[in-house]
Design a binder for this molecule. Structure first.
Ligand code: GLP
Length: 235
């Protein structure tokens, strides 16, 4: 893992832009994208930049089950608001939250991932070490599936909803097996609330208790941290 420590999330976004630029220079065609507050500055920098994704493919990690694409809390709406309204990709895919047939939707997404190998996968990390919506205990080999969110993740995401009761209990998520197939991975974490998860990911044992710890076994991972998120690393 290559660890880059920056002053704050703003600087993190600028560093991440450099990683996207380098990927494009190396011919990347398929970008795995993430949501949450963590990648916001990265998307701001991409939007301000002259990077051109108009012939590229994007595939998002996850989506809440049950939300329509135009629901403001859906990850599709997040992506429109933060990136796609300003930078268009040739095609952008997310799981469809309100798909009538869950199994067919999971199959559709896995077929897309089989068709398009991700060149650069952007990731955040949950306070419990989850990536995508792969909560502790998730298998390291699974592909896209429907997952039940843990109470801690529901509580953490409640800030985006009117009340905790409104937070969906299930999501579609690329599995850890899908994430590990990406040729390169960029994980960002900012703030002291992520410090324990970051320490477990980088220095702890590789264990499903901390899903992100599997990234120690990926050959090309860059981690961008602010000082607070890096504060529990011993080295
Ligand atoms: C959600 C998302 C993850 C994200 C995590 C952390 O659970 N599914 O992809 O990394 O939250 O979110 P934030 O960046 O807002 O801290």
């Amino acid at each position: 893992m290559k660890i880059i420590i920056v002053k704050d999330q703003q600087q993190g976004g600028k560093k991440a832009l450099e990683v996207f630029q380098a990927a494009l220079n190396q011919g990347a065609e398929v970008f795995g994208l993430a949501t949450g507050s963590t990648p916001e500055t990265t998307y701001t920098e991409i939007v301000k930049s002259d990077l051109d994704f108009s012939q590229k493919i994007s595939l998002n990690l996850d989506e809440y089950v049950g939300l329509k694409a135009d629901n403001p809390q859906s990850y599709r709406a997040y992506m429109q608001q933060h990136l796609f309204n300003f930078k268009q990709f040739k095609r952008s895919y997310l799981p469809q939250g309100d798909a009538a047939d869950s199994q067919a939707e999971i199959q559709r997404y896995n077929d897309l991932l089989a068709q398009y190998q991700v060149d650069l996968q952007l990731l955040g990390i949950g306070k419990n070490g989850h990536i995508g919506f792969n909560e502790p205990g998730s298998s390291f080999t699974e592909q896209t599936r429907k997952v039940k969110l843990t109470p801690s993740t529901v509580a953490a995401n409640a800030r985006f909803f009117a009340s905790k009761e409104d937070v969906p209990q299930y999501a579609y998520s690329m599995g850890i097996g899908s994430i590990m197939r990406a040729k390169s991975i960029l994980l960002e974490a900012f703030g002291v609330t992520k410090a324990d998860a970051v320490a477990a990911m980088v220095e702890g044992p590789v264990t499903p208790d901390c899903p992100a710890s599997i990234l120690q076994q990926h050959p090309d991972v860059t981690v961008i941290l602010d000082q607070a998120a890096a504060s529990k690393l011993s080295r």
